[in-house]
Ligand binder design. Structure first.
Ligand code: UD1
Ligand code: CA
Length: 458
């Protein structure tokens, strides 16, 4: 049985923000949401979040997530005191559970690292440590001559000799819940900061004969905390680099891994190419051989095999069929559903519209709330007038229709299969299949017309 306690009561003064620190994003998602997501992957029985500063805002941000329990720590008297606030929720009677302590402002620790820590803690307690070049500010790991961990000393309480130790405490710890409760009951605040230190439980465990387990993170970004916008930006870059590295290893070509941003999950087939400056958000799937041109934004979309997205295109909740082409400068909004080999050109906006296989809208069009068949050609400047100011209406266009340029389709309206709509038509009632329909003012030429002459200057 596992419990996870996430400490998130601190103020985060250095962020210089009205938003509580743990709600600031890394890779498009609140830091606390990253930690909660990682905790869930360990399938714990309880996830307890200790909140303090901005407690209401933090709780409100997670109000739809019933598996989280929030406890308030006020005032904040240290990390040991914070964990103590969670204990009443964890109280598990006869169950021998383990408690894992995570931090809302250390967002990127990975489940594999935590699994290793939990394994190392089977004897009663384990700590996650790291060896760093500059240990200033961190708690230092104290070991005896045999190399066994005997305690942690905080930077502010350390002697000059102890400050030279470069194995540091990441803060992340796992311990038997019942024993942790006992050790936390015995710590005091007689230290430089006048706080109840969680780290003081380590020496108490050692005194009780516990062999302290130790684990180390796979990457140093995993345990990087965020206290300022500078650290937030640095962690964001480190994480984007790591995600880019993973994609490269899977066989994706990134024109420049330093100019790639993923805020969510990206699943790629073989031989995918992604040019510079693209942003992927939410859940995105790219089929085999997809080519994404520079500076595209793709959010919660799925692209079939061989799709080409050209520069500066924006896709949101779109489905794109195999070998379709989109852009440059195209916008696919929620519910855009393109068939195989469909073609969407520059300055075309598509919303809640299905386009059949091989259909094209090559330039300057708005297609909303429409069902468009196969092999349809939509001329430049075509607009579905789907909104009457109150309600939205549907446009239905059959297979093999040719819609001339600058046509307005005033919905609800249906164009039968094989119909041709003449350029400049304002279509207000259904157009029959297989025929030419057009609405056009009679063209006239005015006989004897002469150009006005400029007035003589006074
Ligand atoms: C802590 C560790 C230190 C470690 C470092 C890693 C202790 C005593 N020290 O130090 O060994 O090297 O983290 O970054 O644990 N928090 C609360 N309530 C409190 C105090 C803190 O929720 O009363 C939360 C903070 O919001 C923060 C985290 O605990 O997320 C760590 O607190 P912080 O004050 O930053 O700890 P450090 O002094 O950096
Ligand atoms: Ca502190």
């Amino acid at each position: 049985m596992l419990n996870v306690v996430i400490l998130a009561a601190g103020q985060g003064k250095r962020m210089q923000s009205d938003l509580p620190k743990v709600l600031h994003p890394v890779a498009g998602r609140a830091m606390l949401a990253h930690v909660v997501n990682t905790a869930r992957q360990l399938q714990p029985r309880h996830i307890v979040v200790v909140v303090g500063h901005g407690a209401q805002q933090v709780e409100a941000a997670f109000s739809t997530e019933p598996d989280l329990t929030f406890v308030t720590q006020s005032p904040q008297q240290g990390t040991g005191h914070a964990v103590q606030q969670a204990l009443p929720v964890l109280n598990d009677g006869a169950n021998a559970s383990t408690t894992l302590v995570l931090y809302g402002d250390v967002p990127l620790v990975q489940p594999d690292t935590l699994r290793q820590l939990l394994e190392a803690g089977a004897a009663g307690m384990a700590i996650l440590t790291e060896t760093v070049n500059n240990p200033a500010g961190y708690g230092r790991i104290l070991r005896d001559p045999e190399g066994k961990v005997v305690g942690i000393v905080e930077d502010k309480d350390a002697t000059a000799e102890q400050r030279a130790i470069n194995e540091i405490n990441t803060g992340i710890l796992a311990a038997s819940t019942a024993r942790l409760e006992d050790w936390l009951g015995r710590i005091n605040n007689h230290n430089a900061q006048g706080e109840y230190y969680l780290t003081d439980t380590v020496a108490l465990a050692v005194a009780d004969g516990v062999d302290i387990g130790v684990a180390q993170p796979g990457g140093d970004w995993e345990t990087q905390g965020v206290n300022s916008r500078v650290q937030q930006a640095a962690l964001e870059r480190a994480w984007q680099q790591e995600q880019a590295r993973r994609l490269l290893e899977q066989g994706v070509t990134l024109a420049d891994p330093a100019r790639f941003d993923l805020r969510g999950t990206l699943t790629c087939g073989r031989d995918v190419f992604i040019d510079v400056g693209c942003v992927f958000e939410g859940d995105v799937t790219l089929g085999d051989g997809v080519h994404v041109g520079p500076h595209c934004v793709v959010r919660n979309s799925s692209l079939g095999q061989g799709v080409r997205i050209e520069a500066f295109s924006h896709l949101d909740q779109a489905q794109v069929g195999d070998h379709a082409r989109v852009g440059p400068y195209a916008r696919l909004r929620p519910g855009a559903n393109l068939g195989q080999q469909a073609q969407i050109g520059n300055f075309v906006e598509i919303k809640n519209t299905t386009m059949g296989d091989g259909s094209k809208a090559s330039h300057l069009a708005y297609l909303g709330d429409a069902i468009i068949g196969q092999r349809v050609n939509i001329g430049a400047g075509t607009i579905t007038c789907n909104y009457d100011g109150v309600n939205k209406h549907r446009t239905v266009i059959g297979d093999d229709v040719f819609v001339g340029s600058d046509t307005q389709l005033v919905a609800p309206v249906t164009v039968g299969a094989g119909a041709t709509i003449g350029a400049g038509t304002t279509l207000t009632s259904d157009a029959p299949a297989g025929q030419l329909t057009l609405s056009r003012a009679q063209q006239t030429t005015v006989a004897g017309w002469t150009k006005p002459k400029p007035k003589p200057k006074a």
